[in-house]
Design a protein around this ligand. Structure first.
Ligand SMILES: *[C@@H]1O[C@H](CO)[C@@H](O)[C@H](O)[C@H]1NC(C)=O
Ligand SMILES: *[C@@H]1O[C@H](CO)[C@@H](O)[C@H](O)[C@H]1NC(C)=O
Ligand SMILES: *[C@@H]1O[C@H](CO)[C@@H](O)[C@H](O)[C@H]1NC(C)=O
Ligand SMILES: *[C@@H]1O[C@H](CO)[C@@H](O)[C@H](O)[C@H]1NC(C)=O
Ligand SMILES: *[C@@H]1O[C@H](CO)[C@@H](O)[C@H](O)[C@H]1NC(C)=O
Ligand SMILES: *[C@@H]1O[C@H](CO)[C@@H](O)[C@H](O)[C@H]1NC(C)=O
Length: 281
């Protein structure tokens, strides 16, 4: 019987994995009760958590757990099955754990998530349908990965998204369509990528946007706070900076920056721009 079950599992391809939780309450998020995974290793696809260990804090149960954190562990693939143990989880973080691959099926039963943090990992590719089931998601962090491009439709289902952080990746271009359906967006971090140009149409309908960071890109070294104050029409003007080769075209960039500074003194020029200046001079 046992071997039959084992064979069946092999056929389906899902294998069991153990989860050890260190349960803690954290100060952020009104004393949220979280499972902090210890000694966690997932180096294959289709691993499903089928046994749970760890001692709850007095009077707490699995139902109280609202966040799972896999921090500084090994999770090259996204493990499955957390939702079965923690039906009330809203936050899921796999941080600094060598996460390399994610796909839509990894997230299919986590449609209730509000926060997904996958920062400081090795993700280098996102398929267009990856987040299609995540309609309740409010914050998505993909900071510090190796993402080179974003499919136009990759965020299409995230109509409740308020914060999107893709800073410190390897993006060299971004389509003006990519945020078309994310009208709730308040914060957008694209800083520290390889962007040379941004079509300002990207902000056209983001009426709730309050914070954008485009600093430390190839030539878009501007950091904008309270973008609201500018209004879309002005944003258009601001972002038409296309300096493919910073070294050679520095004079042109500088002119653009000076113009910006003159017109919009809320714009802050940051370290990178100063660096461009010293590189060029
Ligand atoms: C984690 O692994 C280390 C080394 O194998 C071991 O000493 C420790 O007891 C483990 N911790 C838990 C909570 O299992
Ligand atoms: C746990 O519940 C018991 C019974 O309701 C209560 O007396 C005790 O103070 C609770 N402990 C904590 C840490 O909340
Ligand atoms: C989602 O739930 C279904 C039904 O319980 C299950 O067959 C499937 O393996 C689950 N997928 C994940 C990624 O946990
Ligand atoms: C947690 O989940 C249980 C069962 O799914 C539900 O009855 C309960 O109301 C939930 N609690 C919270 C705080 O969401
Ligand atoms: C935005 O949503 C509409 C309607 O669902 C869809 O047709 C369109 O392709 C979406 N835009 C993007 C960039 O995915
Ligand atoms: C904007 O991005 C730059 C470069 O990555 C960073 O140094 C700076 O702290 C960011 N600014 C804010 C307000 O987050």
């Amino acid at each position: 019987m046992k071997s039959l079950v084992f064979c069946l599992l092999l056929v389906i391809g899902v294998q069991g994995i153990e989860l050890i939780c260190n349960y803690i309450t954290v100060d952020w998020k009104d004393g949220a009760y979280i499972c902090d995974a210890v000694n966690f290793t997932a180096t294959k696809r289709y691993l499903e958590v089928d046994s749970l260990h760890g001692e709850h804090i007095e009077n707490k149960t699995n139902f109280d757990v609202t966040a799972i954190r896999i921090d500084s562990q090994t999770a090259e693939y996204m493990p499955w099955g957390f939702d079965k143990f923690f039906p009330n989880m809203t936050d899921y973080a796999i941080i600094e754990s060598k996460l390399e691959k994610i796909q839509r099926s990894d997230l299919e039963n986590l449609t209730f998530l509000k926060v997904l943090s996958l920062n400081d990992n090795e993700i280098n590719q996102l398929l267009a349908d990856t987040f299609d089931d995540m309609t309740n998601l409010e914050y998505l962090s993909l900071s510090k990965n190796k993402i080179k491009e974003l499919p136009d439709n990759v965020f299409r289902a995230l109509t409740n998204l308020q914060g999107l952080y893709i800073d410190s990746n390897e993006l060299s271009e971004i389509s003006f369509k990519v945020l078309e359906n994310n009208t709730m967006l308040k914060e957008l971090a694209l800083n520290n990528n390889q962007l040379e140009y941004i079509n300002s149409e990207i902000f056209g309908h983001l009426v709730n946007l309050e914070y954008v960071n485009l600093s430390s890109n190839k030539c878009i070294g501007i950091f904008i706070t309270s973008i609201k104050h500018f209004g879309s029409a002005r944003i258009k003007e601001i972002l038409k900076l296309n300096c493919n080769n910073v070294e050679k075209k520095f004079e042109q960039c500088k002119e653009d920056y000076e113009k910006l500074r003159f017109h919009y003194n809320l714009l802050l020029l940051e370290e990178k721009n100063r660096k461009y200046k010293s590189d060029a001079g």
